[in-house]
Design a protein around this ligand. Sequence first.
Ligand code: FE
Ligand code: FE
Ligand code: ZN
Length: 278
Amino acid sequence: MFYIGCHVSSAGGYTAAATHADALGGSTFALFTRNPRGGSVKPLDEADMAAFNAFCRAHEMGPMVAHAPYTLNPCGAKDNVRDFAFRAFSEDLARLEYVPGNYYNFHPGSHVGQGIPAGIELICGLLNRVLWPEMHTTVLLETMAGKGSEVGGRFEDLRAIIDGVEHTEHLGVCMDTCHIWDGGYDIEHDLDGVLTEFDRVVGLDRLKAVHLNNSMNDRGSHKDRHARIAEGKLSLDAIRRIINHPALRDLPFILETPQEQDAGYAVEIAMLREMRED
Ligand code: FE
Ligand code: FE
Ligand code: ZN
């Protein structure tokens, strides 16, 4: 099964989001659990969550890769920033229990001058407060571009976070192809080498999802500007190798490419289905 999809709006609820993803040709999708740039959240709608579960089962959707808001920074320097991170994270995970078996992806955060080790300690501190043994969601650390003071731009950062967390059975990684390229990993010429390195440092068994994006900038630029699949610095051959690689091909692939309208996603999904090998 090829799990390919895109980000869809959650403004109309979870079932509407899944229905829209399906209409775009997706077999998986991502949504923001709350306003990505603010943090406000709609009231919990249990009937919507139940309908969502039924819809995803009936349409054989791959796991949803829900995304935490960008404003969530577990390793901010200010108390109110970290308080919001804790509150939003724990509320989101409580809510996702109504849709068990999906993913919750978050940006490890920006240490804002405190340094990577201090940032990692804060991130582990948050994860150790919000994960619990019986939870039904897997939390994913996103690989970052290393822009500014971002933590997670190196596989070693992710390893150090995992090492500091108690309930790692609920912890995985989402690999963003734009981010790791911008972070310096050569997925254009040496995908095998990058995945071998990931396996050595983090472990491929931790890898649960891929954010499939092209990049507007050169390798190692640390910029984090996404490009459409056919338009960035990565060749279509590199994209083809990514979606067909034995270590990646069974994971959900989520497009986060800049589109003026969601129809652009439908075009990319159809194109990627053409590029998929049996
Ligand atoms: Fe992200
Ligand atoms: Fe991403
Ligand atoms: Zn990005």
